[in-house]
Design a protein around this ligand. Structure first.
Ligand SMILES: *Cc1c(COP(=O)(O)O)cnc(C)c1O
Length: 398
C-alpha cells in the first residue's frame, strides 16, 4: 500500500492542448499579459473562466492570496478595519487581512467544519468592514444565513473558494454568491497552474480598482473588457501591487477548465464512496453536507469520535504505517490551518469549539484520479487503524 501514500500528491498531466500554446509562447517570447494588443492567454483565461463560473468580470492574478488581498483593497478595507474570518482556514486568509493592514476577527467553526452561526452573528458588530468566508476543502458554511446577516448590516462578503471550485450551493457556483469570489490554481487545487489565482465579481467598480492595483499601469486597463468609465475614475489614484499572472501560467490553466466537470464528478464519487465506508465505523464520522450543498472534494475530512490525544496520535501513526498519510489539523506541529499558529495576527482569543474540532479532525487527500480499488484501500487503512487503537468494533456491542 505504500504506493497509495506516494501517489496522492501526484498531479494529473497538463492537457495536451496546452502544449501548442506554450510552444508558441516560447517561440515568440511573449510572456507578459499586456504586450499583445488583444487575445493574450491571460485575457482569454479571464474571459473563459468568467463564462464558465457565471460572473461578469474575472481578474487573473499570481495567487488566491493575491486575489484576497486585492479584494480587500478594492473594497476599501484599510488600517485597523476589522475583517471577520473563520477560525478554521488556511494561514493565507489571516495573512491577506494583515497584508491589507486590517485586523482579522476569528469566528468559531464547529465539528461539522462549518462556521458557527451564533458566534458569527455575535461577532458581526458595526465596526466590521468586510467578511471573508473560507469554503475550507469545499465544506460550505450556511451561505443563505451568512448573506442574509451580512446584507442586513451592509457588510461586503468575499468568498475564499480557493479549494472549492465546482462546489454548488442551491444550484449556484461557489464563488458567485457573495460580492467577490477568489480561486487558487496552486498545484493542490482542482486546476493546477503551479501558482495562480482568480478574482471574480459582477461589480465594475470593484474589478476596475482590483485590475489597476494588480499592476495594470498606465492604460493597460484598456485591455480589460470592463466599462472604461470605471477605470478613468481611478487612474493614478491607486498603488500598483503587481500581482499579475504570466501568459505561461494562463496557457497551462486554460485547457483545464474543460476538465473541471470530470474532476468534480469523479472526486465527488470517490469522496462519497469513502465517506460511506468510514461512517459505518463507530469511531469515524464524515459530517454530511448541508442541504443546499453539492460538494466537489479532492480530499476527505473526518472526525475521530471518543479518541484521547494519545489515541489520536496512535491513529495517525497506524495509518501512516499502513501506507496512508493522514494529518490531524491541530496535532501536526506548525500546521498552517491551526489558528494558534497564526502568531503574526497577535493575541488570538480562546476558541474552544474550533480548537476541539481541530484536535480530532483528520484530513487525507483523495484526488479525483484515484481508482475505486485505491479508494477502498485508503478507507480500509483508516478503519483498520481505528480498530487497532480502539479495539474490534464487535467488542463494543455496535
Ligand atoms: C490554497 C488556499 C489558499 C491560498 O491559495 P494560494 O493560491 O496558494 O495563495 C487560500 N485559502 C484556502 C482555503 C486554500 O485552500
Amino acid at each position: 500500500m505504500a504506493q497509495i501514500n506516494a501517489s496522492v500528491y501526484d498531479a494529473e498531466p497538463i492537457p495536451e492542448a496546452a502544449r501548442e500554446e506554450i510552444a508558441a509562447l516560447l517561440a515568440s517570447g511573449d510572456l507578459f499579459r499586456y504586450t499583445a494588443a488583444s487575445d493574450a492567454p491571460v485575457s482569454r483565461l479571464e474571459a473563459e473562466f468568467a463564462q464558465f463560473i457565471g460572473a461578469r468580470y474575472a481578474l487573473a492574478v499570481s495567487s488566491c492570496s493575491g486575489a484576497l488581498f486585492l479584494s480587500l483593497k478594492a473594497l476599501g478595507v484599510g488600517p485597523g478595519d476589522k475583517v471577520l474570518i473563520p477560525a478554521f482556514t488556511f494561514a493565507a486568509v489571516p495573512s491577506a487581512v494583515v497584508h491589507a493592514e486590517a485586523q482579522p476577527v476569528l469566528v468559531e467553526v464547529g465539528t461539522d467544519f462549518r462556521i458557527d452561526m451564533a458566534d458569527f452573528e455575535a461577532k458581526l458588530t458595526p465596526d466590521v468592514k468586510a467578511i471573508i468566508i473560507s469554503h475550507m476543502r469545499g465544506q460550505t458554511s450556511d451561505m443563505d444565513a451568512i448573506m442574509a446577516l451580512a446584507e442586513a448590516r451592509g457588510v461586503p462578503v468575499i468568498e475564499d473558494a480557493a479549494h472549492s471550485l465546482g462546489t454548488t450551493w442551491g444550484g449556484r457556483n461557489i464563488g458567485t454568491i457573495a460580492r467577490i469570489g477568489c480561486f487558487s490554481f496552486q498545484s493542490y487545487k482542482l486546476m493546477n497552474g503551479g501558482e495562480g489565482g482568480m478574482m471574480i465579481t459582477d461589480d465594475p467598480d470593484i474589478i476596475a480598482r482590483a485590475v489597476i492595483m494588480s499592476g495594470a499601469y498606465e492604460h493597460n486597463w484598456k485591455k480589460h473588457p470592463v466599462l472604461h468609465e470605471s477605470f478613468a475614475r481611478w487612474q493614478n489614484r491607486l498603488p500598483l501591487y503587481n500581482m499579475r499572472m504570466s501568459n505561461l501560467s494562463a496557457a497551462v490553466v486554460r485547457p483545464q477548465i474543460a476538465e473541471v466537470p470530470r474532476r468534480v464528478r469523479d472526486g465527488r464519487a470517490n469522496h462519497d464512496h469513502v465517506a460511506g465506508l468510514l461512517n459505518a465505523s463507530p469511531w469515524l464520522e464524515v459530517p454530511p453536507p448541508l442541504a443546499p450543498e453539492r460538494r466537489a472534494p479532492d480530499s476527505i475530512q473526518f472526525n475521530l469520535l471518543g479518541f484521547s490525544d494519545s489515541e489520536t496520535r496512535a491513529f495517525m501513526e497506524a495509518s501512516a504505517r499502513m501506507g496512508v498519510a493522514v494529518q490531524v489539523f491541530g496535532m501536526s506541529a506548525d500546521n498552517a490551518r491551526a489558528f494558534w499558529n497564526w502568531k503574526f495576527i497577535g493575541e488570538t482569543p480562546d476558541l474552544p469549539k474550533t480548537r476541539a474540532m481541530l484536535m480530532r479532525a483528520c484530513d487525507a487527500r483523495l484526488p479525483a484520479r484515484l481508482t475505486r480499488a485505491e479508494c477502498d484501500q485508503i478507507a480500509a487503512v483508516f478503519l483498520a487503524a481505528a480498530e487497532e487503537v480502539k479495539g474490534p468494533v464487535a467488542a463494543y456491542g455496535t
